[in-house]
Design a protein around this ligand. Sequence first.
Ligand SMILES: NC(=O)c1ccc[n+]([C@@H]2O[C@H](COP(=O)([O-])OP(=O)(O)OC[C@H]3O[C@@H](n4cnc5c(N)ncnc54)[C@H](O)[C@@H]3O)[C@@H](O)[C@H]2O)c1
Length: 429
Amino acid sequence: MKKKYVLIGTGGRAEFFYGSMVRDFQDTCELVAFCDVNQTRLDYANKLLEESYGVPAIRTYLASQFDEMIKAEQPDFVIVTSVDRTHHRYIIRAMELGCDVITEKPMTVDAEKTQAIIDAVERTGQQVRVTFNYRYAPHNTKIRELIRDGVIGQVNSVHFEWALDTQHGADYFRRWHRDKRNSGGLLVHKSTHHFDLVNFWLGTEPDTVYATGGLRFYGKENAEERGVTSFYERAYGSELAKDDPFAIDMESNPHLKGMYLDAEHEDGYHRDQSVFGDGINIEDTLGVNVTYKNKAILTYSLNAYLPWEGFQIAFNGTKGRIEVSVREQSYINSGGKKSDEGKLEQKSLRVIPMFGESYEVEVEEKEGGHGGGDPELLNDLFGEPKEDTFHRAASHIDGAVSILTGIAGNQSLATGQAVKVDSLVDLKR
Ligand SMILES: NC(=O)c1ccc[n+]([C@@H]2O[C@H](COP(=O)([O-])OP(=O)(O)OC[C@H]3O[C@@H](n4cnc5c(N)ncnc54)[C@H](O)[C@@H]3O)[C@@H](O)[C@H]2O)c1
């Protein structure tokens, strides 16, 4: 029997789920309603259903009608793709009303909201899935396989650098993410992917976290210190923005215009704010040290204004080392094709045995976003899931453990002290 789905938060990310459902999973899924705070964005999602996918529009509800929607539509699943700070409200309420939940990362943004989700899972007996698409990227799954199979012995340390470029990295500073209350900052919003990968690769969980960093490039003060004297608030209608390589022009992109510019009159949300404006309180330069329960250590960095996008990582084990380097194609949310997100430009995965010749490990990349990982994740969610020896489907516990490194990191940034992850939330396992 087909499962019924509703989706809350019809912004840029939502189409990844609903587009796939109506295009590839009509035999197993029925998408029945959209919900959002913004009716224009709801109507735009319906327009995409009709025009891009050739399927009929579905019913829409405002966020204030969430309970009404669940009672009227009786969905099996609620998909949560709203602003991070709101995830917990819909996750918890959906479960209280008898639904299972599929939520985008980060599951939520702080320890209190994480605890509320954990408690609600226990209270209701419903399930929460967190959509960690990076686990499914073939090179990331291959790393798990190599480590699991003991190719470099026991991994004692990991050196992990993530680079966000001046397009995609800058985008976090133009949008709602620039306020830590909305996103938890990049240590939660973005690094949740990376910390989840380390948990997944090493098969362990974080114990202690120490973080340093700050806002060193974006923001008005940094620009002033570099001698900038002219500022603007948002790109739309600004002459100054025309000469700013960090600005985006929503008017010239029909998708950005339909989804955000034409919807502003309802909620006043500006998606094209100047990255050198005031009011940014997230970090763009971060360094984190993590000690894991199995005694492995991680040194991690994230910088959001670099000339290329991707990551470099080294795993040091008792039998050798794995070195990985991946460059992703630059992408901004809703600014291009969905399948371009996380698309690879260049990749290398080398095993260097402690004694002996190093060798390149071939990894088959497939069509679709994140090196072909996205279609696999979508099949796992909406199709007939295949048996997965890597256990990539992520639960609310995986969702919690991945954000707790960032949440502990935020506490460490604020206090200057190392933070014990177990002190933050009772995972009730
Ligand atoms: N896994 C990935 O690779 C990936 C990529 C992009 C985004 N995401 C996640 O998807 C989610 C949405 O991000 P996005 O880029 O689409 O942002 P977006 O700004 O395009 O969309 C957010 C939507 O939430 C709605 N919203 C705002 N406040 C709300 C509220 N109180 N109640 C209900 N809806 C509300 C907005 O109106 C908007 O339609 C985020 O959690 C983000 O982390 C994940």
